[in-house]
Design a protein around this ligand. Structure first.
Ligand code: AGP
Length: 387
């Protein structure tokens, strides 16, 4: 075991705690903290991975701008947790850069004969850089003439080497099978990408860039505070494990966080969980709700907050017990929830990096309480290198 647990009970817990540092490392190459501006560093379009470090950053940024100016459609391809990070990326890129984004699961994308118009950027996200379906997808996209860009954690991994352009999570080794810090780091990188892309496409002014970069730079210290929910869930776990099922919900960029929260619970605690877009409840899942069902609502204060709350009230009226995540001291949410978890006030672009942390900790402690192997959940491998 080359990477030590450093006193933590599990690699996963260590990696959860490493997130503030990992996010700072993901942002660091791309933002200028003096001017609160973004310049994507050493993406290296057309260069080999080995050469990236030696590139002249300024010249490379010019090259990146030239490539990205020609892009009018983005595809994001990934599996599992990386796919949910991609969904967050869709909200960021579409809202900020006004470029249409399609997010696809790699195993679907590669077999459905996708239409990839000229001027498309196919972006893959993979912590390991070795996921078989994601690798096949990027190879196919290249063959079809698309420009490819990979976001990887492992430098010089197969996917990283195959891609035209390269971005890195900079999370350090992730050992726990359940992905945590790679997920939050990817959302931070996608923030940088979306801001940089928006600026060069002229859809964002300098003042907004400054505002967004400031909120991004604030995230690592905001994350530190949210980690305090570790103790909370250690105690709450014995009660939470009695639920029959968990329905995670959110709207907008909180929808992928609901999906990710549900995935974490499934893979670690082996409990039934579903992630849903909150607006879909009436279309079926409402029938699942009774007092043995936990409703996990991701409801930070953003432009969709009021709508999310009315979905929450519908769920509660059917007897569901509420675990909610909101912004600051939200008395309303606190009053209608069995468990209320607060994140600090943040811009909508960074909320997702914060709201996922209580969900990671909840799954971690439920799994520990139930006596399961957190770092090596049954039937799973860290990296899925065969179909
Ligand atoms: C997440 O907790 C997973 N174990 C899994 O979904 C993972 O994110 C997926 O296999 C993708 O892996 P990658 O990022 O290494 O490509």
């Amino acid at each position: 075991e080359m990477v030590e647990k450093q006193g933590y009970t599990h690699y996963m817990l260590k990696e959860i705690y490493e997130q503030p540092r990992a996010v700072a490392a993901a942002i660091e190459p791309h933002v200028n903290p003096e001017f609160f501006s973004v310049a994507l560093k050493n993406i290296g379009f057309g260069q080999s991975v080995q050469k990236l470090e030696e590139l002249d950053s300024k010249a490379d940024w010019e090259k990146t701008k030239e490539v990205l100016k020609n892009i009018d459609r983005v595809f994001i391809i990934a599996c599992g947790t990386s796919n949910y990070a991609g969904m967050v990326g869709k909200y960021l890129i579409e809202q900020l850069a006004k470029v249409p984004v399609e997010v696809d699961i790699a195993s679907e994308f590669r077999y459905r004969n996708p239409v990839i118009p000229p001027k498309s950027l196919v972006m893959t996200i993979s912590q390991s850089g070795e996921t078989a379906d994601t690798l096949a997808a990027i190879r196919m996209a290249k063959e079809m003439g698309a420009t490819t860009l990979s976001i990887c954690n492992v430098r010089n991994s197969t996917i990283d080497r195959e891609a035209d352009g390269h971005l890195y999570m900079n999370s350090g080794p992730e050992i726990g099978v359940a992905s945590t810090k790679a997920f939050t780091s990817t959302m931070a990188v996608l923030n940088c990408f979306a801001i940089g892309f928006a600026r060069l496409r002229g859809t964002m002014d300098e003042a907004t860039e400054k505002e967004l970069v400031k909120s991004l730079l604030a995230v690592p210290s905001q994350m530190e505070g949210v980690l305090a929910y570790d103790k909370y869930f250690e105690e709450a776990a014995s009660k939470l494990k009695l639920f029959r099922g968990f329905l995670y919900m959110g709207r907008g960029s909180s929808f992928p966080i609901a999906m990710e929260g549900a995935l974490k619970l499934k893979e670690l605690a082996y409990m039934h969980a579903e992630g849903y877009a909150a607006g879909e409840m009436k279309h079926g899942p409402l029938a699942l709700i009774d007092e043995r069902m936990a409703i996990v609502m991701v409801a930070p204060t953003d432009h969709l907050y009021e709508k999310t709350i009315s979905n929450l009230e519908e769920a509660r009226a059917r007897g569901g017990k509420v675990i909610s995540i909101g912004t600051g001291d939200n008395e309303k949410l606190r009053a209608i929830s069995e468990h209320y978890l607060a994140i600090p006030k943040a811009h909508w672009t960074t909320n997702s990096i914060l709201t996922v942390i209580p969900l990671q900790l909840m799954s971690y402690h439920l799994a520990c309480n139930l006596g399961y192997d957190v770092d090596q959940p049954r039937n799973l491998a860290k990296s899925v290198t065969v179909e």
